[in-house]
Write a protein that binds this ligand. Structure first.
Ligand code: JFE
Length: 242
């Protein structure tokens, strides 16, 4: 799979992509990530990428010309086989389901805005989808683009050691993960739950399921509406409600 990223701050991506599973996946040839400087697609003497908003109100807006130029020149004939996405607080929420959807694409191009946002004609006439990584406002689309590349890359075949490891993770079954422990069994007087040391795998599986249900009930009850629940799960949850 190939990602192209359009940004005014290409240097922001160097560290995070080198020091991560994404970097390993790039070295292994499982994913290609190419970062393009939007300023290279300006045509005026001052290499202008932003301007004041029509209607006033202060702040600056990204101009459409460099973005259209960059998408056309980077993609060429590949435009029809590429998902062109704009990171923005107004976008469709990036969920685990959306990550799986993007992992099935051959090519994804991510446009990172800055300032107060991007001229609306980019979303109207160039972009296939707008993506938001959550309901908070960041200073630009670069960190959201890193989040999308990271979340999608770990789903690609061969990226995580064990095939299917990605599928087992949090939100895949629709519940939060159960707690995890490692050695030592007693740390500063805090023990690992004795049951996990028992070797009784059926008991351990039931405990993990119940811990996952309990945490989801306490922290993210909204997730329970969509989760796949057995009759035993539902009975356990009824006990928690009291
Ligand atoms: C840009 C900005 C003022 C946006 C209301 C480009 N999930 C998510 N949070 N923040 C972003 C995405 C994001 C993405 C791209 C961005 C924020 N900004 C800043 C400033 C109003 C804005 O939209 C510019």
């Amino acid at each position: 799979m190939r990602f192209d990223i359009l940004t005014l701050f290409p240097e922001m991506f160097v560290g995070p992509f080198r020091e991560s599973i994404v970097g390993k996946a790039m070295e292994a040839g499982l994913v290609t990530v190419v970062v393009h400087n939007l300023r290279d697609y300006t045509t005026d003497k001052h290499r202008t990428t932003d301007d004041a908003p029509y209607g006033g109100g202060g702040g600056m807006v990204m101009k459409p010309e460099p973005i259209f130029q960059a998408v056309e020149r980077v993609l060429g004939e590949e435009r029809p086989s590429t998902r062109v996405m704009l990171l923005s607080p107004q976008g469709r929420l990036f969920t685990q389901e959306f990550a799986w959807e993007l992992a099935a694409q051959k090519r994804v191009l991510l446009i990172c805005g800055r300032y107060e946002g991007v001229d609306e004609r980019v979303s109207q006439h160039l972009v296939d989808d707008e993506i938001s990584i959550g309901d908070y406002v960041l200073t630009g689309g670069e960190i959201p683009a890193m989040v999308v590349v990271d979340g999608v890359t770990r789903l690609l075949p061969g990226v995580l050691g064990d095939p299917g490891a990605a599928m087992k993770d949090s939100h895949a079954g629709g519940l939060l993960e159960h707690p995890q422990y490692t050695r030592p069994a007693l740390f500063r007087g805090y023990p690992v739950p004795a049951l996990l040391l028992s070797g009784d795998h059926a008991k351990i599986a039931r405990w993990r399921r119940r811990e996952a249900l309990r945490r989801t009930f306490e922290r993210r009850p909204d997730l329970l509406k969509k989760a796949e629940l057995t009759e035993e799960d539902k009975e356990y949850l009824r006990g928690l409600e009291e």
